[in-house]
Design a protein around this ligand. Structure first.
Ligand SMILES: Cc1cc2nc3c(=O)[nH]c(=O)nc-3n(C[C@H](O)[C@H](O)[C@H](O)COP(=O)(O)O)c2cc1C
Length: 189
């Protein structure tokens, strides 16, 4: 069921780094993005894919992980993503990309979960450095990075408490908790 897939598709930030992700799997995920909605059907998104350890190391250095987890600098060596998909916008097709990249990202994350993988959307990116290191031509704008791998952590959803705090946190067993607002709080009527 789609609901089960959506619930299972959490933001995972620790992975079995040694469990390789196949290039073919990344291509199949990008194909899901290709089939997703696009404003004016302009289809301006392009995708840089990597399951190469050296490229992955460069990409990792340009990302910021889990801002609410103070004192955690992101996944340690051995628990880093085995693959990345960098979502790019072709500025020769469009100057603004609306929410195309968000839709594409979610399609690909759901596809990853269906494959027994998982991932995390990252928008906190040192864009100029990453673009230069990967030799990505200037006509492409780096929009989002998707980290992909075999998840090595448990993530649970729970209701936002009475204090209204929406910050995710890790408990003493390293389980990652994500508060979600209630349906009643979201729907205006
Ligand atoms: C547009 C966008 C940008 C995000 N950027 C980051 C990021 O830079 N670093 C990070 O660790 N998580 C990032 N996240 C993941 C969110 O923190 C995560 O979705 C949120 O905590 C809720 O958890 P959930 O995805 O498991 O529901 C991003 C999510 C979205 C949608």
């Amino acid at each position: 069921m789609l609901r089960d897939l959506v619930i299972k598709s959490r933001s995972y930030r620790r992975f079995y780094q040694a469990e390789a992700v196949r290039m073919e799997d990344l291509r199949e995920l990008v194909d899901l993005a290709r089939l997703s909605p696009s404003a004016r059907n302009a289809q301006p998104l392009r995708f840089f894919i990597s399951c190469d350890p050296q490229k992955n190391a460069v990409i990792f250095e340009h990302l910021a992980w889990a801002g609410y987890l103070k004192g955690w600098g992101g996944p340690v060596e051995g628990e880093r993503p085995a693959a990345y998909i960098i979502i790019l916008g072709d500025t020769e097709i469009s100057q603004t990309f609306g929410c195309d990249q968000g839709i594409a990202a979610q399609s690909m994350l759901l596809g990853a979960v269906e494959k027994g993988l998982g991932g995390c959307i990252l928008g906190s990116i040192q864009r100029p450095g990453l673009q230069a290191y990967l030799n990505i031509p200037q006509k492409y704008e780096i929009l989002l990075v998707l980290a992909i791998g075999k998840p090595k952590e448990t993530v649970v959803i729970e209701p936002v408490g009475a204090d209204g705090n929406i910050q995710y946190y890790r408990d003493e067993n390293q389980v990652h908790h994500v508060p979600k607002r209630s349906l009643e709080d979201l729907i205006l009527s």
